[in-house]
Design a protein around this ligand. Structure first.
Ligand code: AMP
Ligand code: GLY
Length: 454
């Protein structure tokens, strides 16, 4: 049983089932619970705003730092550091007690390894374990070796054999760039011409280095759900289920985006399905982490397709999903900081999470043109009116200037409301969304449409 987190003082090398960690001088804070914790949150999107909102409610949090944060996160001290090295130095110099990382890029770049070397407490997988998101072929290999159900796929490092294999497959077929591609590296091709173009595009550098290895994957049919779980390599604790809406337009049409809205819970994940997911996905994941000696004390996000043959993995992410987090956290009664702290310390088995029964719906308001080209700098109005209706308004791409708020990104705001029923939550959310405006504001009108039809 691992009782300490990474960088355990005076020890080096093997740390039980949690993988190898470098030695470091551990600054153990014994007095958790005295309300004096200094927390560093890394990231700037809607997910981080939701995390900041929830973490700052904890009775243990005395000061929240955000690197860099966003204009919606008002109760945090902004931090400019943005590399793993600089963030670890900042945490050391400022005696940060716990660091929470939002974006995958920093996890894949090894931010956890840097913190561990300095004996600093951080939530997340180390660089090797972060490849579960950072390399789709690494993730596939992990799934195959540990018996996690997933779509059949072949991996190619060269164009010619990839095209030869592709031509023997039936349509639709899915082409995936191996590495991180900001959610754009997956092409669901309906025609062979489109599939060939996708393969050629990858090897020609459309996704940079991320695309020089390509997966050609069987197309799965079913409903998608996101299952996020805390994992400390010793145990795994699922959060409430949720469903994202990845396509840009109503009716799940148009290009893939980072996510246009989400709701929680996903009614398709009833008790029986939750048990199936635990048995077929989460427990085998945990056993795989242990067998491979991966250092994983963070959030695992299983992107699932619920097929006629049962749940199958589409992907892993190694962090909170966005916008899922904006729909999930408003339903959490428990202290998130306690759960994150226990995850980082390898005491997750002590944590129980209590959820509100009420469903939550998050609608993402985006700039006209997103996920393609869009303009920035339009003044935003109506946020107070939306909040007065009881909604939470999370900032994702905004800029404050001279007391006014302007658009500054593709996804601009996430608006979340709860309701007695899912239909009420949808109505409450859209009532708040309609209060907010800027030139070219765009959002899907049908978030939760599938669940409402059930
Ligand atoms: P990913 O980044 O792997 O989750 O892929 C992005 C989106 O592409 C997913 O949310 C699915 O909608 C779709 N997708 C990915 N893989 C498959 C697959 N094997 N079959 C069908 N759709 C897929
Ligand atoms: N909502 C999908 C993601 O966070 O990647």
């Amino acid at each position: 049983m691992i009782k300490q987190y990474c960088g355990q003082s005076g020890q080096s090398g093997q740390s039980g089932q949690s993988g190898r960690r470098p030695a470091g001088s551990l600054r153990e804070k014994q007095n958790f619970g005295d309300g004096s914790m200094k927390i560093l949150l890394v990231g700037s999107g809607g997910r981080e705003h939701a995390l900041a909102w929830k973490i700052s409610q904890s009775k243990h949090c005395s000061q929240l730092f955000c690197a860099p944060g966003n204009p919606g996160i008002r109760n945090a001290t902004p931090v400019l550091a943005n590399t793993p090295e600089d963030l670890a130095n900042f945490a050391r110099l400022n005696k940060i007690d716990l660091t929470m990382v939002g974006p995958e890029a920093l996890l894949c770049a090894g931010i956890v390894d840097h913190f561990c070397e300095l004996g600093l407490r951080i939530v997340g997988p180390d660089k090797r374990a972060a490849q579960l998101e950072g390399s789709k072929s690494f993730a596939k290999d992990f799934m195959h070796r540990h018996g996690l159900p997933t779509a059949k796929a072949e991996v190619f490092d060269e164009e010619k054999p990839a095209l030869k294999y592709l031509r023997k497959q039936s349509l639709p077929i899915v082409i995936k760039a191996d590495g991180l591609a900001a959610g754009k590296g997956v092409i669901v091709a309906e025609s062979m011409a489109q599939a060939e173009q996708a393969v050629r595009g990858c090897f020609a550098g459309s996704f940079g280095e991320a695309g020089y290895r390509v997966l050609i994957e069987e197309h799965l049919i079913g409903e998608e759900v996101s299952i996020l779980a805390l994992c400390d390599s010793e145990s795994i604790l699922p959060l409430a289920s949720s469903q994202d809406h990845k396509r840009a337009e109503d009716g799940d049409l148009g290009p893939n985006t980072g996510g246009m809205g989400a709701y929680s819970p996903a009614p398709i994940v009833d008790q029986a399905m939750a048990q199936t997911i635990d048995r077929q996905i989460l427990q085998p994941f945990l056993r795989g982490v242990q067998k491979d000696l991966l250092y994983f004390r963070g959030i695992i996000y299983a992107g699932l397709m619920l097929t006629a043959e049962g749940p199958k993995l589409l992907e892993f992410n190694v962090r909170f999903g966005d916008p899922e987090t904006q729909a999930i956290l408003p339903r959490l009664n428990s202290d998130l900081l306690e759960a994150l702290w226990a995850t980082a310390d390898g005491r997750l088995h002590e944590i129980k999470l209590d959820w509100k029964e009420e469903p939550a719906v998050c609608v993402v308001m985006a700039s006209k043109g997103y996920p393609g080209k869009f303009e920035r700098g339009f003044e935003i109005s109506g946020i107070e009116a939306a909040e007065a209706k009881g909604a939470l308004v999370f900032h994702a791409g905004t800029k404050a200037q001279d007391g006014k708020l302007y658009t500054a990104g593709g996804r601009v705001l996430g608006v979340t409301a709860l309701g007695k029923t899912l239909a009420d939550a949808v109505e409450n959310t859209y009532a708040a969304v309609r209060e907010i405006s800027w030139q070219g504001a765009n959002y899907r009108k049908d978030i939760a449409h599938r669940a409402l039809k059930r």
